[in-house]
Design a protein around this ligand. Structure first.
Ligand code: GLC
Length: 802
């Protein structure tokens, strides 16, 4: 830590905590020394496998030193487990079996083959494994794994053109190849910039694209690991775990299918309450009810849409979790009601550390009931966080999860709409070394009694599970909203995430795109940055460019660190204020589209923010685009990422594109120079798609007509919260000679929209229309039609080339 960082840290945590951090580091070192494990021998290859025992869905292979089990979960999903080693508790897994599979077994000269309908595995006696498709092409090749004590590692061959994505939250290029990554959830401290590793939320998975296809591998092993993706050997990835069985799930198919399968296994992201897709305003901290009121008032005075306000740690009484400072928030429930009356929801921060204070009920009760993590000698482990010395709930114990979950009750009764889980890597301040628990801290692990090495990466996941289960129990008619800083595979079942304490710089804004894209490809569809960066003071220009980009990300929140200049949109004056207002309004217009994408994510695991190669993974030109992204499959967003830029180059993939602002048409593939004055962000709509937007007249379905082919799109609607009826309208259209034929399939019990559907056409001028045979009046490029199954339109295509 350099001096500047150290001083900043002291300012944020206070001098007393800073001194204690020295003691905390010293205590941790003492424990690490006491519990030191013996030095490790050299890595050794497993001895050859000798026998294969066929199973209906796989096989078991045994050798003198190791066993390999292969099970197909579906024809295109296979699980491989090398033991000896601790098997993972199935915390990440939502469903054990996806489809029935029958596997064909064959013995060969130097090994065996297993085949499903979709893929084949060649298992060599020495432990090397090749994955083939139906045509025999190899798309993944593993060398025999090696062991050292309880650790496993293996080497995976990489093809020269192969790109790798994922690994959870990373401040790395979208294509992760060529670097080394650590799997160990960690607060980078202070604020981080591009290149920092690890961050708060790692996921041991990657998605690979190469000339022979695409696959995804998920290593179900929570121990600390190193993923060397072609850094030390350009054509190989080395994956090294420090403990646990070597278990991987391998999925084969195009990227949308991979995410669909991966989230079938680890769980789909549930539909959030609709307000969560709106705009969130936050700051560390709004310190009193008056301040919160004033902020909300500011949004009204300046006519800025606002959906949620976040209360950071200072609402608590001395940072004691689950308390409220009654001097500064004398009537929290009243304040929340007031805000709700203005359409603003309240989200409160909840940290896992519980202040060691005998006068504080959560501490007292937790100690009495044995809820906190212990050291090997049976004493409570204490670590430092905002309140000073804290103890930490052991979320790997189901009783602790239930106990912790009960504490959300009072907040729910007060009207709190969502919870923001922070510091759950878990983080404990130290003057040097790892900012977390010592390795030897004990965890129940569902009765298995293990230590922090195995529990560390699961801590955030399980804190969110505790809260999720409680919220579902306590408020069965509401959809939970949880935001978390840390997590692991499966976290998408419970929570959204944000990209943490990112620095305020243009480089960090650029990095945010790759980070959010990478999270989406790791199964986490809801994320976004602190607009303007957490620390520092963004210039007005950086702030508004960041704001514009974030307006197209699933989690849209303005947040900043203590001690930074204020960041509410009006503090920058004009023209920033008006530009922010325009993008807030655009966000509101986009809500029906975002909500439809959220529904789609809940059905298929598809992230809302997608890399350009989502459209066509076979086009290598799209493999490394990280300065633009897709929002759903209709919008291509190209944020401005450079100071002073008033235009930027955009790569439009194959197909026809509309400029969102002007409706000008462009043909891809093409590199175009897009205008980007300060109040614009280059934005394109893919021809052949449908964009449901909230207009003054209600939802309007914008059809972007393609001159060549048809198009399709979905519109999802429900009450915005709860689990009541919904309606899905699937539209498909195509040309029939000169007329356009639109077909609608309706699903769900929600009634048809009152007043029918409002359609607006782009690239097509309707002249006459018939809904299920009855004429419908046309007005310019729009029409309002009663609910229909088939809409036939006569008119003419409109060409407006850029
Ligand atoms: C952590 C969080 C940040 C929050 C702060 C105080 O640094 O990442 O968002 O404002 O703690 O709670």
């Amino acid at each position: 830590m350099d001096l500047r960082k150290a001083l900043l840290a002291i300012r944020l945590v206070g001098l007393r905590t800073a001194f204690r951090a020295v003691r905390a580091a010293w205590e941790r070192d003492r424990w690490e020394r006491r519990e030191k494990r013996p030095a490790l021998a050299a890595w050794q290859s497993v001895e050859p496998l000798r026998t294969m025992i066929p199973l209906p869905d796989g096989a078991r292979f045994t050798g003198p030193g190791a066993e390999l089990e292969i099970r197909f979960l579906a024809p295109d999903v296979v699980r491989l487990t090398w033991t000896p080693g601790v098997l993972p508790l199935p915390y990440a897994i939502a469903r054990e079996r996806l489809e029935e599979v029958r596997v064909a077994h064959r013995e060969q000269a130097d090994g065996w083959t297993l085949e499903s309908e979709a893929l084949g595995l060649e298992v060599r006696a020495d432990g090397g494994i090749r994955f083939r498709d139906g045509a025999g092409r190899i798309w993944r090749a593993e060398d025999p794994p090696e062991r050292r004590g309880e650790a496993w590692r293996h080497r995976v061959r990489l093809r020269p053109e192969e790109r790798l994505y994922g690994l959870g939250e990373r401040a790395a290029p979208l294509n992760r190849r060529g670097r080394v990554y650590r799997m160990w959830n960690r607060d980078p401290g202070g604020s981080y910039g591009p290149g920092a590793d690890p961050l708060y939320l790692g996921i041991p998975l990657w998605l690979s694209l190469h000339a022979e296809g695409a696959y995804l591998v998920f290593y179900e092993n929570p121990f600390e690991a190193v993923f060397d993706l072609g850094a030390s050997e350009p054509e190989a990835a080395w994956v090294t775990f420090t403990g646990g069985a070597l278990r991987e799930y391998v999925f084969y198919g195009p990227p949308p299918r991979l995410l669909e399968r991966y989230t079938a296994l680890t769980g789909r992201p549930p539909l959030p309450p609709r307000w969560a897709l709106g705009f969130h305003q936050s700051r560390w901290s709004y310190e009193s009810a008056e301040e919160v009121r004033a902020v909300a008032q500011g949004f009204r005075d300046y006519d800025l849409p606002l959906h949620a306000i976040h209360l950071d740690i200072d609402y608590m009484d001395g940072y004691r979790v689950f308390t409220v400072d009654r001097r500064r928030f004398p009537d929290l429930a009243g304040l929340i009601r007031e805000l709700e009356g203005q359409g603003v929801q309240t989200v409160v921060i909840v940290d896992p550390g519980v202040k060691t204070d005998p006068g504080y009920a959560v501490y007292r009760e937790g100690v009495a009931r044995g809820m906190f993590c212990r050291l090997p000698d049976g004493r409570l482990y204490r670590g430092l966080v905002w309140p000073g010395w804290c103890v930490f709930p052991d979320f790997t114990d189901p009783e602790v999860r239930a106990w912790w979950g009960e504490h959300y009750r009072a907040f729910l009764e007060a009207g709190v709409a969502g919870f923001w889980h922070d510091m759950n890597e878990p983080t404990a301040f130290v003057a040097w070394g790892e900012p977390t628990f010592p390795d030897c801290v004990r965890h129940a692990m569902e009765g298995r009694e293990r230590d922090h090495r195995e529990a560390h990466n699961l801590y955030g996941l399980l804190m969110n599970r505790a809260a999720w289960e409680a919220l579902r129990r306590l408020q069965p008619d509401h959809r939970p909203f949880l935001l978390t800083r840390s997590g692991w595979a499966g976290i998408q079942r419970y929570a959204w995430t944000w990209t943490g304490d990112v620095e305020s710089s243009w480089a960090a804004l650029r990095q945010t795109l790759a980070t959010v894209l990478g999270l989406g490809l790791s199964g986490i569809p809801y994320s976004g940055p602190d607009i303007g960066g957490f620390s520092g003071a963004p210039s007005a220009e950086l702030f508004i460019r960041w704001f514009q980009a974030a307006a197209f990300m699933p989690f849209f929140r303005n947040h900043a660190a203590k001690g930074t200049p204020r960041r509410e949109p009006w503090v920058f004056g004009e023209p920033i204020l008006s530009i922010a207002r325009a993008f807030l309004r655009l966000r509101v217009r986009l809500l029906p589209y975002l909500y439809t994408l959220a529904w789609e994510a809940a059905q298929t695991g598809a992230p809302l923010v997608r890399p350009l190669f989502w459209l066509n993974e076979q086009d290598p030109a799209l493999w490394e685009i990280e300065d633009a992204f897709l929002l759903g499959s209709a919008l291509l967003v190209a944020p401005v990422l450079e100071a002073g830029a008033r235009a930027r180059e955009v790569l439009l993939p194959t197909g026809e594109w509309y400029d969102f602002w002007s409706d000008a048409q462009r043909a891809g593939p093409a590199r175009v120079l897009a205008e980007a004055p300060l109040d614009r962000l280059p934005l394109f709509v893919r021809a052949g798609s449908l964009l449901p937007l909230a207009e003054l007249e209600g939802v309007t379905l914008h059809l972007y007509v393609s001159s060549e082919g048809g198009g399709e799109g979905v519109f999802y609607e429900d009450a915005g919260d709860g689990f009541g009826p919904y309606r899905v309208d699937r539209f498909e259209w195509w040309w029939e000679g000169e007329s356009l034929r639109i077909h609608r399939i309706r699903e769900g019990e929600l009634s048809e929209p009152e007043g029918g559907f409002r359609l607006e056409f782009h690239g097509f001028a309707p002249a006459r229309a018939w809904a299920d045979g009855r004429p419908v009046p046309v007005e310019g490029s729009t029409l309002v039609t009663p609910p229909f199954t088939e809409l036939i339109l006569e008119g003419r295509p409109v060409r407006s080339p850029a």
